[in-house]
Write a protein that binds this ligand. Structure first.
Ligand code: HEC
Length: 158
């Protein structure tokens, strides 16, 4: 009886690390990919002033505005495009050399994005997020910022 208990204890003692190692092997490759696409993503971003938070995207979510937003995000953004840090698929996976702490927002994470009002996104794109690599984009017109917001919101809708 005693012997049996001891054997059981031994098995328990060993099973946890073995299971962990097996999981680590199974998850090894995907977990490095998932790390950048954290979801829900923790935010320490400052909250926009109240008058911004109540703003809603005033322009239509039509094809033309969507395409214009896509162009700025993927190709035209100056001095560098949004996708350099936020990833082509908006998943927060930066180009090599542009990774930062905190990581760029993962727009494909519905849990995180659905809690953010349009005006919060507008304020950050206009003013940047202090102490992070998210800088301000003063050269964009208000209309362009709203086009970008239509575009980045679709990443979480897929
Ligand atoms: C140099 C890297 C970099 C570039 C370029 C960049 N971002 Fe960001 N962005 C970040 C980082 C890092 C954060 C996270 C900041 C934080 O947590 O405070 C962020 C956060 C955001 C947020 C989230 C705000 C919030 O309240 O959570 C929005 C929206 C955003 N960026 C939009 C854009 C758009 C649009 C562009 C292009 C016009 C752009 N970003 C270009 C790095 C970048």
């Amino acid at each position: 009886m005693k012997r049996e208990m001891k054997l059981k204890q031994r098995i328990y003692r060993w099973s946890a690390p073995v299971v962990l190692i097996a999981w680590a092997m199974v998850l090894g490759v995907p977990s490095t990919l998932l790390a950048a696409g954290e979801c829900p993503q923790k935010r320490k971003t400052p909250t926009a002033p109240q008058k911004f938070l109540s703003m809603q995207n005033p322009i239509a979510p039509d094809e033309a505005n969507f395409k214009a937003g896509e162009k700025i995000f993927q190709i035209q953004g100056k001095p560098i495009t949004c996708q350099t840090c936020h990833g082509k698929n908006g998943d927060g996976q930066s180009d090599a050399g542009f990774e930062s702490t905190p990581t760029a927002r993962n727009f494909s994470c519905a849990d995180t994005m659905s809690a953010l009002p349009d005006g919060q996104l507008f304020w950050i794109i206009r003013n940047g997020s202090p102490k992070t690599s998210m800088f301000a984009f003063p050269s964009l017109s208000d209309n362009q910022v709203w086009q970008l917001i239509h575009y980045i919101r679709q990443f979480a809708k897929k």
